[in-house]
Design a protein around this ligand. Structure first.
Ligand code: ASP
Length: 351
């Protein structure tokens, strides 16, 4: 019997099965690439209480969140990629002194600013991350260049800064990021530390402003016309941090994750818990492997795992259909979205 006669039937079955698989994949892609776009942003979660917030301050946050959303959304509606939208929206918040990212980032124990950021493309699982840089004007831009132009995922400190310089990124003096408000927060944290208050550095609340000293990280997730998801996060980390401490924000899987097969996630909160639980990836994994919806998966991670671990924070997340989930277990989280219908929403408190 010839090879073909012996194996022809099996080959035909295999070819048909392969064809069905390709067709199923293709139709799944067509379905996802509905031409609809959506974007979600966060500006950090923490002890954000209405009674501690002035009307002007609240308005300033709402305006900055809306600006980030509209900037990213304009890129998406013009046919730009979700990666472009994420980077550009985050840059508006890195430039705003309101958030703990770029200008207005928190101070380290040494009175300097050290920045972390990461980005991930859900289309092909490429990722870029940067940690502990102090002269790169836009850490999210550097994360993107690392993703696009290097063979690596993560670069830190001096090496990352050299890489930024050789790739023509703008470098600034560290004082570019400094603000009076954050300096005051550092002084208060150090006074309390000096007075022997244990835990003054991690998870403490600013007694004057009532605002959490470490939160204020920014993050964006976006869905573009091709049905591609992306996620990014940028932060100064924690007030009074030392020893080169790096949180979850630049760690792929902990603070940022995107996969077209499930969802895109950016986290904010007490980074050590997000690292230990690989919580951003967990949202995607629960969705992918259990068949739970995005909302169910994100809630399971924040109100289940994170809370059970004793951690605080939240995530913003979106799937390929443009479903959005933004759970948090803190008093508030600066957050907002423009959904697939173009509806804009901005919220701060837990109501
Ligand atoms: N997750 C950040 C960190 O631990 C802090 C934040 O989200 O505000 O560095």
């Amino acid at each position: 019997m010839s090879f073909l006669a012996r194996h022809g039937y099996r080959m035909a079955v295999a070819l048909i099965a392969f064809g069905i698989l390709v067709m199923t994949n293709a139709s799944a892609q067509d379905q996802a690439a509905s031409g609809k776009v959506a974007i979600v942003v966060h500006g950090g979660a923490g002890t954000i209480l209405r009674e501690n917030m002035s009307a002007e301050r609240e308005e300033a946050y709402r305006t900055a969140l809306e600006h980030a959303l509209r900037t990213g959304h304009a890129i998406l509606t013009a046919g730009g990629s979700s990666v472009d939208a994420v980077v550009t929206a985050i840059q508006t918040m890195e430039e705003s002194p309101l958030f703990n990212a770029g200008v207005g980032a928190v101070f380290t124990n040494k009175g300097t600013v050290e920045l972390d950021a990461s980005i991930m493309d859900g289309h092909d699982l490429r990722a870029g991350a940067v940690a502990a840089v102090s002269t790169v004007k836009s850490p999210i831009e550097l994360a993107r260049v690392i993703m696009d132009q290097s063979v690596h995922v993560m670069m830190v400190g001096e090496g990352a800064e050299q890489y930024a310089q050789t790739h023509g990124l703008e470098l600034v003096d560290n004082s570019h990021f400094h603000t009076e408000r954050r300096l005051l927060q550092l002084k208060r944290a150090q006074e309390r530390e000096g007075a022997g208050e244990v835990g003054a550095v991690i998870g403490s609340e600013d007694p004057v402003e009532g605002l959490d000293e470490k939160f204020g990280t920014v993050g964006v997730v976006a869905l573009d016309m091709d049905g591609d998801l992306a996620a990014g996060t940028s932060t100064g980390g924690m007030t009074n941090k030392r020893f080169g401490r790096v949180g979850d924000s630049p760690i792929i899987g902990a603070g940022t994750y995107a996969d077209n097969e499930s969802c895109a996630v950016s986290a904010t909160g007490h980074g050590e818990y997000f690292i230990r639980g690989t919580l951003a990836h967990d949202v995607c994994a629960i969705m992918r492997y259990t068949g739970l919806t995005l909302v169910e998966s994100a809630n399971a991670v924040i109100h289940g795992r994170l809370t059970e671990m004793g951690g605080t924070g939240g995530v913003i997340s979106m799937d390929r259909d443009g479903n959005i989930a933004m759970p948090f277990n803190t008093a508030g989280m600066y957050r907002g979205f423009i959904d697939v219908n173009g509806a804009l929403s901005i919220s701060i408190y837990n109501d």
